[in-house]
Design a protein around this ligand. Structure first.
Ligand code: SF4
Length: 346
């Protein structure tokens, strides 16, 4: 089986009904579709609420955009000094070399940028400018390769990127944000692992997974290869209505990470991406769920629950000291002490 990319592929594989074809064609005109063989195989066709299907199989509700949703929900563009770079915090940058993913998550916060009609892959000239920007800013200690999913690049391309970073002394940490070890575990081979390492740099891989069933034995093996090679792994998950918004699922997910030698890192409140309101829960509901994990599961399993404040103000930990409620209005403080109404006014 190959990756499912069209509404017809989904119908042929019993992931949508023939009656849904027309509406899913309309979704496909706006947002990319891809379900890798590993994820397609994991979907229980008999469960209408299968948490894997909900993450990857498009729905007509994606055609409804609410007033608070926005094309660039976390404000990448306002912090982009050159193409491919997002410099939101002083000591680190995102390097978005590629805007392609092995799967397209229906709740994706960069859904307007990724996919065949998205921002594409950086041209050699744009890449030169991005590396020049990093080299010219000695405060950049960490480079985070994201996109898109950087591990869709060939080992040769990844190795080239790492060697260029290796030549910049002040960069010490290189972090990859990826779903590949789970959704295309066969990609994690010796050549790719060698490509992710560079002399004098420490490599981290942050794995995006949202449901414990994603951590299959095969996925766990692919992660073990990375960890055995000395790469530190962290987790990133999105808190998603109907997928992982209950204490048992969240606990099982965090435990699955720790069992796989992946330290739970961020649990993201879902962003205000267009057509994703069916995935969102309130900050209060999220906070109650995360509070419920305390004491219930090991301290090793506790993620940090964060909101990327709309508009590009950065991440805020959702905790009593950053969140306040007054007259039915929620205010969240950013890391520089600024206060923001959430959700923002349309
Ligand atoms: S893998 Fe990441 S960038 Fe790609 S579709 Fe999913 S959330 Fe978006």
């Amino acid at each position: 089986m190959s990756t499912l990319r069209t509404p017809k592929d989904l119908a042929d594989n019993e992931l949508i009904t023939p009656g849904q074809l027309a509406e899913i064609e309309r979704v496909a005109e706006q947002y990319a579709i891809a379900i890798s063989p590993a994820m397609a195989a994991l979907i229980d066709r008999n469960d209408p609420n299968d948490p894997i299907a909900l993450q990857f199989v498009p729905k007509a509700s994606e055609l409804t955009t609410t007033s608070e949703e926005r094309a660039d929900p976390i404000g990448d563009l306002v912090h982009s000094p050159v193409e491919g770079i997002v410099h939101r915090y002083p000591d680190r940058v995102l390097l978005k070399a590629v805007h392609v993913c092995p799967v397209y998550c229906r709740f994706c916060f960069r859904r307007e940028m990724v996919g065949p009609q998205g921002l594409g892959t950086l041209s050699p000239e744009a890449l030169d400018k991005a590396f020049a920007y990093i080299a010219d800013h000695p405060e950049i200690w960490e480079v985070i390769l994201t996109g898109g999913d950087p591990l869709v690049l060939s080992p040769r391309r990844l190795s080239e990127l790492m060697q260029r970073l290796a030549a910049i002394d002040h960069v010490k940490i290189v972090r990859f944000h990826t779903r590949v070890p789970v959704v295309e575990p066969e990609r994690i081979d010796e050549a790719l692992i060698v490509a992710l390492k560079a002399s004098g740099k420490t490599t981290y891989v942050a794995l995006h997974a949202n449901h414990p069933r994603e951590l299959t034995p095969v996925a766990r093996k692919s992660c073990a290869k990375l960890v055995d090679a000395g790469i530190v792994m962290l987790s990133q998950s999105v808190l998603l209505k109907g997928i992982n918004d209950n204490p048992d699922t969240l606990a099982a997910l965090m435990r699955a990470f720790v069992e796989t030698r992946i330290k739970p890192y961020y649990l993201h409140h879902p962003d205000l991406a267009p057509g994703t309101s069916h995935f969102r829960l309130s900050l209060e509901e999220g906070r109650a769920l995360v509070a419920g994990l305390r004491g219930r599961i090991s301290g090793l399993c506790q993620p940090t629950y964060v909101l990327d404040i709309p508009g590009g103000y950065g991440k805020a930990v959702i905790a009593p000291d950053t969140l306040s409620e007054k007259g039915g209005c929620t205010t969240i403080s950013d890391y520089q002490g600024g206060n923001h109404t959430y959700p923002p006014e349309a």
